[in-house]
Design a protein around this ligand. Structure first.
Ligand code: CA
Ligand code: CA
Ligand code: CA
Ligand code: CA
Length: 575
């Protein structure tokens, strides 16, 4: 008995790590009203009672589609969790919306925040469709209006906007009146998706098409429309599978292709989708691999900070075919790994362009519908949180977001969340960060796709920070040789968070091994035999430990220089 009390005491007061281990839990939707909701979708941090502190708006629905058409919208439920002074959560449906049972009219896939009616209070627009987002024979049967949670003199109301559409993405951009327009979408008569912007005027949303460029052919797989933070620019998905960037000039718009991907329809290949239907076999190449049906399905605008470039970051989703594919082959959707890859487009005052990835590590098998770009640790550098679903979709990791912190170099380093508080190991966990108690520290919000598992808030104790670790393995970028010696030039992408104290190179002819050390590049390995081929690897060491070895070089054969200085000394003499 006393042991149990002791364990509880540890849980109650343990404060190690960036988050408190003891969670504050939210009431279950099923304890509050009978909605039929069976799936937790989105949790949005937003102040709903104007006390200056964020609350949580949670949306639930139930996937009851038959794989063909949706005769009715899914049942759904909206819950307001108000954050009290002591950090506890209480249901605020009635006080905020004037009603206990609340509906957004379908399944939600994404959201965008903004002040859509210009009253200075933040609102939320949701991308909505009738079902879970996989229309088959009749995609249009899943279409519905998009939904805005709109401030209204101290409370909020629910407003439907636009034509019915299969809502997957939604955006916002600042208008010339100083508040945000909703960037929604609608189907065009030829089967594509067009931009459909709305503006709040005189107490209602108006069609604002005439005020925006005519954007047609956005990708159906993910209608991506996002505003640039704090500005009037925005971007949309393009019919080429990439992003178009629209800049507001004084009286017009300047639209440019920001980055596209080539799409090749291979009619000779056969593709069978998850429900047995024949699908299109459309192939794209990205970073040296081939993907099937690759499209942008979500994005964020990552603001420039501390002299580092800003990006539009696109989430590209597709099925990995590999380094090659058979143009006469038969492929089954279930056999091909689903890849979600973040692709960076650099944004500068001169425009925007495709950029090499600044991620030091990539986790392309993460399964997620949305991600966000925000400074998470108060160092002024914008970071990335990927709200992946773990448990059912990939190995259980506890539910904290996949977190990439930006380094002063501009690269993004993956933060280990192994020691973070964990959700219940059942179903799929999703995590988001928000500062709910306004103490300047991010709080960790964990929820489960199963709404019978309570949403948990772990308040922050400290800023998240990268620990120190072994350096990444060096990369040998070039080499030289001379009389009985090999010289290796190298770089290290990440020093492990602390200075590298030394490098060690090992060269071998298969029998004999020779080493050389240095505190910086290049490293010389000497004592070799001329006209014998050696392969070499290098490791880097910092105060924590030693990296794994670099990739081995091709065989290098030192030889006696015919005249004058050895080649490597000539090289050094020119430095
Ligand atoms: Ca509040
Ligand atoms: Ca508002
Ligand atoms: Ca940061
Ligand atoms: Ca906090």
């Amino acid at each position: 008995m006393s042991a149990l009390v002791w364990l509880n005491a540890i849980q109650e007061f343990a404060v190690a790590g960036p988050f408190q281990t003891a969670p504050v839990t939210a009431p279950l939707v099923s304890d509050y009203y009978d909605s039929g909701a069976c799936f937790s979708s989105l949790v949005v941090p937003i102040d709903l009672n104007s006390d200056g502190k964020k609350d949580l708006l949670a949306h639930y629905w139930c996937n009851d589609w038959n794989g063909e058409v949706a005769p009715l919208p899914t049942v759904d439920a909206l819950m307001v969790y108000l954050v009290n002074e002591d950090g506890s959560l209480s249901v605020g449906n009635h006080s905020v919306f004037g009603s206990d049972a609340l509906s957004l009219g379908g399944a939600t896939r994404n959201y965008v925040k903004g002040d859509f009616n210009g009253d200075g209070i933040e609102d939320v627009a949701f991308a909505v469709n009738w079902e879970d987002g996989r229309p088959q024979s009749d995609g249009a049967s899943w279409d519905t209006e998009q939904t805005v949670i709109l401030s209204n003199g101290g409370s909020f109301g629910i407003v439907r906007v636009g034509d019915p559409v299969w809502g997957h993405g939604i955006g916002a951009t600042r208008n010339e009146l100083g508040y945000e327009d909703v960037l929604s979408a609608r189907r065009n008569p030829w089967g594509g998706i067009n931009l459909f912007p709305f503006r709040w005027r005189d107490g209602a949303f108006e069609d604002a098409l005439a005020l925006y460029p005519d954007v047609t052919g956005m990708t159906v797989g993910g209608v991506v429309t996002q505003g640039m933070q704090g500005g009037a620019d925005y971007y949309t998905s393009s019919d080429s599978g990439g992003i178009n960037y629209h800049q507001r000039l004084s009286n017009s718009w300047l639209s440019s292709e920001l980055g596209g991907i080539d799409k090749k329809h291979i009619e000779t290949a056969t593709y069978i989708t998850w429900n047995g239907d024949a699908g299109n076999f459309v192939v794209s190449e990205l970073d040296g691999s081939y993907y099937l049906n690759l499209d942008i399905t979500d994005s964020c605008y990552l603001q420039a900070s501390s002299g580092l470039p800003g990006y539009v970051v696109g989430k590209f989703t597709g099925r990995l075919l590999g380094k090659d594919y058979d143009s006469h082959g038969t492929y089954y959707e279930g056999d091909l790994p689903l890849i979600n890859k973040l692709v960076f487009f650099e944004v500068t005052e001169l425009g925007a362009s495709t950029s090499e990835t600044p991620l030091l590590e990539e986790f392309v098998k993460d399964f997620f519908n949305f991600f966000s770009c925000r400074d998470l640790n108060g160092d002024g550098l914008v970071d990335i949180a990927v709200h992946d679903q773990t448990g059912q979709w990939r190995p259980y990791s506890g539910g904290a977001p996949r977190t990439y912190l930006r380094l002063p170099s501009g690269k993004f380093k993956h933060l280990s969340t192994d020691d973070f508080p964990k959700g219940i190991e059942q179903g799929s966990q999703i995590g988001i960060y928000a500062d709910l108690n306004s103490d300047g520290l991010e709080d960790l919000i964990l929820y489960n796709t199963d709404p019978q598992i309570a949403l948990r808030v772990h308040y922050g104790n400290a800023h998240m920070e990268l620990g120190v670790e072994n350096p990444f393995p060096p990369e040998i970028i070039s080499y030289d040789y001379g009389d009985r010696a090999i010289i290796l030039f190298l770089t290290v992408e990440y020093d492990g968070g602390t200075d590298i104290t030394g490098y060690e190179a090992i060269c071998t002819d298969g029998t004999n091994t020779f080493t050389g050390t240095s505190t910086s590049s290049p490293i010389t390995v000497s004592g070799l035999t001329n006209d014998v081929a050696y392969t070499c690897t290098v490791t880097a060491t910092n105060s924590v430990g030693t990296s794994s070895a670099s990739a081995a070089t091709d065989p290098i054969t030192p030889e006696e220089a015919s005249t004058g200085l050895p080649i490597w000394l000539l090289y050094q003499a020119t430095q």
